[in-house]
Design a protein around this ligand. Structure first.
Ligand code: SF4
Ligand code: SF4
Length: 207
């Protein structure tokens, strides 16, 4: 599950320099999070039209990041070909895939935040920040890269108050990590000093 949220509407308006805009939603992660399924696409259309933009049409693809052919997408709604730009309400993966086919300007309506998951039918956010150098087992399966507001790899900042993070509303990730390591009888993991992430690994040669 890719976790995304809608950009501010005025930011989307500023992106859309072209006259005729087609909107594409995504029937997978964005739909599940209520940021790019049919109701949100229709709402976006309504708001853009109220702001004076010409919306040529809309569709919600089964999965915006997985397209077998552009011809198939066009067959669903040929108005795409009469548009000057596409606004995609999916994660960056979907925007990238559609940009590769479309031959016209493609804009993202969402900001992609993290990898999440679904637990008992509820979406859970911030499970992984896709750092490319996974050491999550050291932390009992709770990733501090994404769950600690400061991304601290070697223990808490000391600013938590009654279990709440000093930066925002989240629970302190490091409280949760310590509790999980206690449960797993792996508190010795905390003795190890973890080097900063090797961001070179993200750019390693793909085989
Ligand atoms: S350590 Fe990196 S790859 Fe592993 S869960 Fe955290 S962000 Fe994701
Ligand atoms: S209070 Fe906890 S979650 Fe917040 S920044 Fe400090 S260590 Fe990280």
């Amino acid at each position: 599950m890719i976790i995304s949220r809608q950009k501010e509407f005025h930011d989307i308006l500023q992106l859309l320099a072209e006259k005729n805009i087609f909107i594409i939603g995504c029937g997978k992660c964005a739909k599940k999070q209520h940021v790019g399924g049919e109701p949100e696409v229709k709402d976006m259309k309504k708001r853009l039209e109220a702001a004076g933009r010409n919306i040529t049409g809309w569709t919600v693809l089964n999965s915006a990041c997985s397209i077998s052919s552009w011809k198939e997408v066009l067959s669903v709604n040929p108005e795409i070909e009469r548009s000057d730009a596409i606004l995609v309400m999916s994660c960056g993966g979907g925007v990238s895939v559609i940009s590769g086919f479309a031959g016209i300007q493609v804009y993202p309506a969402l900001d992609t935040e993290s990898l999440g998951g679904v637990v008992c039918n509820e979406v859970v956010t911030e499970q992984c920040g896709m750092c490319g150098d996974c050491t999550i087992w050291l932390y009992g399966g709770i990733c501090p890269v994404i769950q600690c507001a400061k991304g601290l790899l070697n223990g808490p900042c000391g600013g938590a108050l009654e279990g709440k993070c000093e930066v925002d509303e989240r629970l302190c990730a490091w409280d949760k990590i310590v509790e999980r390591l206690k449960e797993l009888k792996k508190l010795e993991n905390l003795d190890k000093i973890n080097e900063p992430k090797d961001h070179m690994k993200k750019g390693r040669v793909k085989t």
